[in-house]
Design a protein around this ligand. Structure first.
Ligand code: PHE
Length: 528
């Protein structure tokens, strides 16, 4: 039998002993008499209640007085005034300051002194020029302590109103509101507890015993147990939505599982000069072990060297500096997913070259549409909207004779799927694209055009060394995943979205992400 069952049993037996069925037992009294925790008795009452009309119970509220910590102290050591009086020698006097010092707790000495004076238990004699304190009475009764002891023993009702109020005012006692149950026998009272059936089973039906069995009633108010399960972080939910959009548009996902990348793929293949500020230690995390990347395709690396130094055979003059292999081998935490796009384009170019012989010009080129959504790292100053890592969404398209019009059309189609129909473009600079454009969208909340991404047509200086045929152009665009996620879920500080300080409840409770088409907004055209 469980603890609760034996308590329930005890309660039933106690009820059975009562003279009249109308007599009541109070759960608090019962707990006190039998030295049980009241909460346990409440549990037993509730379980008996669920068994039909075995008992009848009524919740009642009662007030009770209890000692405060200070009250408890007084019961132990005497009242403050009594302690002050006791500290004075029986038949002499003591310097007031010595008296005060003799009681370590200054609260006790100050209050006790004032109270003992007003009780006229003690007096000050200044005839010697110094304040000397002596006893006024040879015997005093510590009434406060007596009263508190009464309260402690549960006999607060023996105090009169003014005594009670005085103790309350001095914060020695406090009133507690207690909820308890008055219990009496119910209509179907009996002392044996028959557990009702919780399930109807096949045997009960075939034998017909269900007719006489008692069944436990359904508790339709029970909350039930939340099933254990995993939860998707908001970034993963929004990522899934973007992935769906790319898939609907016929894009193929690139494999992005290398956070560590060589400077070669992260910068050099993208025609980012070796002295570019993005490659500074302040902007990029360099890896110390392994510090260098060993496997870089030799031929391709030499073509990259010459395109940087003098433009190679791209009709460009390059950057006119001495390109260093040691610099390109440095491993970094990738600063953008365009490094992944570069790898994919190089691989596609090489495959195309192999399948079409030396010059692939007349061979049919199967257009490529790739996307990726993954993490990148930058050595940023951290603030409410910047962390040292974030996620990028990137789309890349390669085909013959692509133009700026194709890029703009592709981006428009992409954002329309998000319900953003008002894209504007602004020229910008990227080392690897020309022309390059930032994308802006009207943000009705901020009341201004906000930047939502970056894009461009990849430069010949990037594509030619890969050995893509001349008339194959590649366009691309990128945006962050965090920004739309923060807007979607109304999060204004990125530290509430990512990192060790996030509230996991936020992750549990956030709804699935559905990027609904936005309402057509009233726009105030702004030139950007
Ligand atoms: N790599 C760019 C960025 O980090 C985005 C981009 C991708 C731009 C492709 C042009 C082409 O912002």
């Amino acid at each position: 039998m469980s603890d609760q069952e034996s308590l329930s049993q005890l309660l039933l037996e106690k009820l059975n002993l009562l003279q009249s069925p109308n007599e009541k037992i109070n759960s608090l009294d019962f707990a006190q008499e039998n030295q049980f925790e009241h909460q346990k008795i409440v549990g037993a009452v509730k379980s008996l209640q669920s068994l039909g009309d075995l008992i009848q119970s009524n919740q009642v509220e009662s007030k009770r007085f209890e000692l405060t910590d200070e009250g408890e102290q007084i019961v132990e050591n005497g009242s403050h005034e009594f302690r002050v009086w006791s500290a004075i020698p029986n038949d002499g006097s003591i310097l007031q300051s010595d008296l005060m010092k003799s009681i370590p707790d200054s609260n006790v000495s100050k209050l006790g002194f004032a109270k003992a004076m007003s009780n006229k238990w003690i007096a000050i004699d200044k005839s010697s020029g110094k304040p000397m304190v002596k006893r006024n009475l040879t015997n005093v009764k510590d009434e406060i302590r007596v009263l508190l002891k009464l309260v402690q023993s549960g006999a607060a009702n023996k105090l009169n109103d003014s005594q009670r109020n005085d103790l309350k005012k001095r914060k020695l006692i406090q009133e507690i509101l207690e909820k308890s149950y008055d219990i009496q026998r119910g209509q179907n009272f009996q002392t044996t507890i028959e557990k009702p059936e919780t399930d109807l089973n096949a045997e009960m039906i075939t034998r017909g015993t269900w007719r006489t069995k008692k069944f436990k009633e359904y508790n339709f108010n029970a909350k039930g147990i939340a099933p254990d399960r995993g939860h998707l972080h908001p970034l993963l939910k929004v990522r899934e939505q973007f992935r769906q959009i790319f898939l609907e548009m016929g894009f193929e996902e690139m494999s992005t599982n290398n956070f560590v990348e060589s400077s070669f793929w992260c910068f050099d293949t993208l025609f980012v000069p070796q002295k570019h500020p993005a490659r500074d230690l302040q902007d990029t995390f360099y890896i110390s072990d392994p510090a260098e990347c060993k496997d870089i395709p030799r031929d391709y690396m030499e073509r990259i060297r010459s395109v940087h130094e003098n433009g190679g055979d791209c009709g460009s003059i390059g950057y006119q500096y001495e390109w260093k292999e040691s610099e390109t081998r440095k491993n970094v935490l990738r600063t953008h997913t365009t490094a992944v796009s570069a790898r994919m384009l190089y691989r596609a170019a090489q495959e195309f070259k192999r399948s079409s012989g030396a010059s692939g010009d007349d061979k049919e080129f199967k257009p490529l549409k790739f996307f990726s959504i993954d993490r990148v790292f930058r050595n940023e100053t951290l603030d409410a909207t910047h962390l040292a890592e974030f996620s990028q969404i990137e789309g890349v398209v390669a085909d013959r004779n692509l133009t700026l019009g194709h890029l703009m059309g592709m981006i428009k189609a992409f954002f329309e799927k998000l319900g953003i129909n008002d894209i504007r473009f602004k020229p910008t600079y990227n080392p690897y694209t020309e022309p390059s454009m930032e994308m802006y969208s009207w943000h009705s909340g901020f009341g201004k055009w906000v930047e939502i991404g970056n894009s461009g047509l990849f430069r010949p200086e990037m594509l030619k060394p890969m050995e893509l045929p001349d008339d194959i152009n590649v366009l691309g665009w990128g945006l962050s995943l965090e920004r739309p996620t923060m807007i979607k879920y109304g999060i204004s500080n990125i530290r509430d979205l990512v990192g060790h300080k996030i509230d996991l409840q936020m992750v549990y409770d956030n709804p699935v992400c559905i990027l609904e088409p936005r309402q057509q907004q009233q726009q105030q055209p702004v030139t950007v």
